[in-house]
Design a protein around this ligand. Structure first.
Ligand code: ZN
Length: 283
């Protein structure tokens, strides 16, 4: 019998969870790689995405961003969220996967996806994936998450898709592809601006607004940076004390970061940065 979880054979910083796929129902094991707490020392880029460069004492180094996406080797459903995969035989289908259309929409492309993955199948179960598979795993997870967000009309999942894209941008930067990483970032900025304009949920408004402003500072687009910063400043003076306590907390956190970037624009300008990370480590 396959154990529910086991030590990863390539890195002792990782625990393997042997899961199954809800989407295609195949009997193949889906490997989910969980990072052990305190095994890697992570720093964060300016968008809050973790960057792994060193392991803690006694742990094998692994760049966790490279194996964060769990991929079903049969239908290639991919996600960074463990709860999207079956952990127990009798586990109920997660709410977001219950949409009656999703399975059909996803399975329709199975043959085509299979072709795209054909050279990578053995690597899917490895934490040391090739650069090409890493990129592919994120693109597939983005596709799945986008589809699920649209079908379920879920703004939380729309935001989750943005964080997947931001992680892919970090991965591309790390792979030495700054043009691709920055092109993706411009696309992310557009999507974040759309969410900012259309979604009424404060969690999304604060985070997407911050992301649009940080991206504008990064690319040196002062007009956009000013506009978003002013919006948050007005919000602080006019509406902050009417907000719920948890919204106030989130606002203060987000606005604190925005102020830091706004007041140190030169440090956050792309030409003065180390990829998406600050050169001076004041994060
Ligand atoms: Zn599957």
């Amino acid at each position: 019998m396959v154990p529910k979880s086991e030590e990863n054979k390539e890195s002792n910083a990782i625990t393997d969870f042997n899961l199954a796929c809800f989407v295609c129902g195949s009997s193949d094991i889906v490997k989910h790689f969980a990072l052990k707490p305190k095994s890697l020392k992570a720093s964060h880029n300016i968008f809050g995405i973790p960057v792994y460069q060193v392991s803690a004492d006694g742990f094998d180094f692994i760049d966790y961003n490279q194996c964060k996406v769990t991929v079903c080797p049969s239908c290639f459903f991919a996600s960074t969220q463990k709860q999207m995969f079956r952990q127990k035989v009798d586990a109920p289908l997660p709410k977001l996967l219950q949409h009656p259309e999703f399975k059909n929409v996803w399975m329709k492309e199975q043959e085509q996806r299979k072709k795209g993955f054909q050279n990578f199948i053995p690597e899917i179960a490895s934490v040391k994936r090739s650069s090409a598979l890493v990129v592919k795993s994120y693109k597939t997870a983005i596709e799945a998450s986008t589809t699920l967000a649209e079908l379920n009309n879920s703004v939380e999942l729309a935001w989750h898709t943005i964080t997947l894209r931001l992680t892919l941008a970090e991965v591309l930067m790390d792979q030495g592809k700054p043009e691709e990483a920055e092109a993706l970032l411009r696309n992310i900025q557009k999507k974040a601006a759309e969410l900012f304009k259309t979604v009424k949920n404060r969690f999304i408004t604060f985070r997407s607004g911050r992301l649009v402003m940080l991206t504008a500072v990064y690319f040196g687009n002062e007009k956009i940076a000013d506009r978003y910063f002013d919006y948050f400043q007005k919000l602080k003076s006019q509406k902050l004390d009417q907000m719920k306590e948890e919204d106030q907390k989130l606002f203060n956190l987000v606005f604190g970061e925005m102020k830091r970037a706004y007041r140190n624009k030169a440090d956050y300008f792309h030409e003065n940065m180390n990829g998406f990370r600050l050169k001076k480590n004041n994060d």
